[in-house]
Every structure is written in structure tokens, then in C-alpha cells.
Ligand binder design. Sequence first.
Ligand SMILES: CC(C)(COP(=O)(O)OP(=O)(O)OC[C@H]1O[C@@H](n2cnc3c(N)ncnc32)[C@H](O)[C@@H]1OP(=O)(O)O)[C@@H](O)C(=O)NCCC(=O)NCCS
Length: 145
Amino acid sequence: MNAQNTVFGGMIMAKCDRLALVVAERHSGHVCVTAAVDSIHFRAPAKGNDTLLFSLALNRSWGSSMEIGARVIAENSYTGDVRHILSAFFTFVALDSEGRPTDVAAAKPETEEQQRRFDDARIRREGRLATRKELDAHDREYHEE
Ligand SMILES: CC(C)(COP(=O)(O)OP(=O)(O)OC[C@H]1O[C@@H](n2cnc3c(N)ncnc32)[C@H](O)[C@@H]1OP(=O)(O)O)[C@@H](O)C(=O)NCCC(=O)NCCS
């Protein structure tokens, strides 16, 4: 809890990371690590007496990486008031017993909503990988100077 009597954002993020890990490890059957977290938006504050409901789902997988979407809802159990608190996207990478990235099964969207998330995940991945490439190039330049 912070001085505003609202829940500390880092605590919610850490719980999402832990739950996303479970989704990634259940899907892949491997030890997984967090490679990236993006588009974290705190949409509304969670108050001390709210119940937090965490929804996480695998959106898509590629080679060894998987995107897991997280959505957190705060519910006031007394009034029934419900607020959307957070959304975020986690990228996990599955590792083999040597600690190297290893391929995972493809995600199979079944509903229209899952198909939408599957399609959107491709766009987000392109952004992530482009950012990573630029940062790597910049780091190399920086260290050469
Ligand atoms: C994640 C990690 C295993 C990737 O290793 P790497 O040597 O960069 O391996 P690669 O370049 O072969 O990438 C492996 C996969 O990760 C994906 N990946 C790596 N960095 C990424 C990023 N920033 N965003 C999205 N995907 C990323 C690649 O796209 C690739 O996915 P694909 O197989 O589905 O195409 C490595 O960077 C690592 O160990 N990071 C630290 C992880 C960790 O400790 N997390 C906890 C933090 S406390």
C-alpha cells in the first residue's frame, strides 16, 4: 500500500510476472524466463479493500518465445464496483536443460477473441524486436567509441 492507500503497482506487476510464468511453463513444458514486458498501463488505482482478479492468457508463440497478456480487475466485494486496473504483455522464452532457447508448441486460437489477440501479438512482436535490434546496435556503437 502507498501513501494514497492504493495498492503498490510493483506488487501487481510482480504477481502478473509470476502468473505469466506459470502460463508459459504450462504451455511449453520447460523452464521459462521473462525476456520482455511491455505496454504496462495502470488504468485505475486499486484500493486497499479491493479484491484483485488476475486474468492471463497465452496470445501467441513463435520459436522459443511466447506472448502472454495480463489483465487485472479490481472488485469492491461490498458494492460490486469493478474497475480495470492494469493491462500488460509479457514475453517469455523457454529454455532447454542447457539454458538455451528451445522451441515451443504453436498457440491455437479457437475463439474470435483469441484470434484477435493472436493477430495483434504479431504487431507487438515486430515492435519489440525492432527496438531490441536498435538498442543492440546503439550499444555496440557506444562501446566502440
Ligand atoms: C531471454 C534470453 C534467454 C534470450 O536469449 P538470446 O540469447 O537473446 O536468444 P535469441 O536471440 O536466440 O532469442 C531467443 C528468443 O527470445 C526472443 N527475444 C529475445 N529478446 C527479446 C525481447 N527483448 N523481446 C521479445 N522477444 C525477445 C527472440 O525473439 C527469440 O524468440 P523466438 O525463438 O520465438 O524467435 C536472454 O536474453 C536472457 O537470458 N535474458 C535474461 C532473462 C532473465 O533472466 N529474466 C529474468 C529477469 S530478472
